[in-house]
Design a protein. Structure first.
Length: 397
């Protein structure tokens, strides 16, 4: 059984703050401070360029990839870390569509994160007018999978409502129709058990700054199934994805396996923070994490519905059908979230009317849930959100 008291002690959380926004940016792991300082002072400071060899910097993308791979059910040696999530979406999507040269349709849903769709649009603009990005409602994805589709691009957990797609069922349906799957795990990795190998997913991508707590701007990851690893062609043929980068060939030869999905220079300092963050996960059982996440979110829903009649549940009622977040609809949701933040309860807002709350057992307990419900109820009951200050939109919502 995972000791969540110990994991809570692994994070720095400001006194008096209840942090319900780990689904957007995870808190600071205490070990990360010393680890980043060591990377800067002891490694960069003392070794300078020798650090690439002496400190193992060049191996970090693969080593951290395997640490993440354990949390997402990936085969060893088939996850690599680096670049941003948008870049990894582009890579995976371009490689996937190359595997189905006789098909022209990328299928996604209206609940997908817009950046994923932007990447698909950009790729299509280069591929030509015969290609199509087809969007359907999230509930219609399975029915829309036909032998006309080249690739499905689906985020497992809806960033707005927390609705959870059935990865196993959709992957099986897609592959039976000859469709290649790309899964975005931005709201899955570190939030709930994922079994990429078990469901035989083709490609997956994700970020590390949410539930994995790698810090703002932490690098992304990409997974390529073993059956595609030596044939998938990365559209972004970067220097470090070359088979022999230090041969300095003028032509590109893709590296072996997942290494070909590397693009640019590893962000060593950011990866040092991520490395420390992943230490927290060494003794975490993902099934226990999921059970506790459901318990906390159910407690929150019950409390809010009993005390805040103006809020309407936007997340699925069935806990098995949602990720590790709970969302409520409220017409003045932005102002209500700002009022909560002013009272040291940190959630966030997604247009047009979604109030989002993340539940991460690594550092949240029942007392946090109960206290946040009490504060939210007081704000709603007394209309404390109804001030011009809380309605003034900031750059980041």
């Amino acid at each position: 059984m995972t000791d969540f008291t110990a994991t809570r002690d692994a994070f720095h959380l400001p006194d008096g703050m209840i942090y319900l926004d780990g689904n957007s940016l995870g808190p600071l792991p205490k070990r990360a401070v010393a680890r980043v300082a060591a990377a800067m002072q002891d490694e960069w400071g003392e070794h300078l360029i020798k650090g690439w060899n002496a400190c193992g910097w060049m191996d970090m993308p693969a080593r951290l990839g395997d640490r993440i791979g354990r949390l997402i059910g990936a085969e060893e040696g088939h996850v690599v870390v680096g670049d941003t999530l948008s870049i990894k979406v582009y890579q995976a999507l371009a490689a996937a569509i190359k595997l189905t040269p006789d098909r022209r349709v990328i299928l996604s849903d209206t609940g997908n994160f817009p950046s994923d769709l932007y990447m698909a649009e950009g790729l299509i603009s280069l591929l030509g007018p015969d290609y199509e990005l087809r969007l359907v409602e999230p509930e219609e994805i399975e029915a829309a999978i036909t032998d006309e589709i080249a690739v499905t691009l689906v985020t497992e957990i809806d960033y707005r409502t927390g609705r959870k797609h059935d990865m196993a069922a959709l992957t099986a349906k897609a592959q039976a129709a000859g469709v290649v799957t790309v899964w975005d795990l931005a709201h899955s990795a570190g939030a709930l058990p994922v079994d990429l190998a078990g469901v035989q997913a083709d490609f997956a991508v994700g970020c590390t700054y949410k539930y994995l707590n790698g810090g703002p701007g932490a690098p992304a990851f990409i997974y390529v199934a073993p059956r595609h690893a030596d044939t998938a062609l990365p559209a972004l043929s970067g220097w470090l994805g070359h088979d022999s980068p230090f041969a300095f060939d003028l032509g590109y030869t893709p590296g072996a396996g997942i290494a070909r999905m590397r693009v640019g220079t590893p962000p060593v300092v950011q990866m040092a923070a991520l490395d420390a963050a992943l230490d927290v996960w060494e003794d975490v059982d993902m099934q226990a994490l999921r059970a506790q996440s459901i318990a906390l979110s159910e407690r929150f829903i019950a409390g809010v519905e009993a005390t805040c009649p103006d809020l309407t549940l936007a997340s699925p009622r069935n806990p098995e059908a949602r990720g590790s977040q709970v969302s409520f609809r409220f017409a003045d949701g932005y102002a209500a979230i700002q009022a909560l933040i002013a009272h040291d309860v940190i959630g966030d807002f997604r247009a047009p009317d979604i109030m989002r709350f993340g539940f991460t057992p690594l550092y949240l307990g029942e007392d946090d849930v109960d206290a946040s419900v009490d504060i939210l109820a007081r704000i709603m009951r007394n209309r404390l959100w109804d001030t011009p200050n809380f309605k003034q939109r900031k750059a980041v919502t």
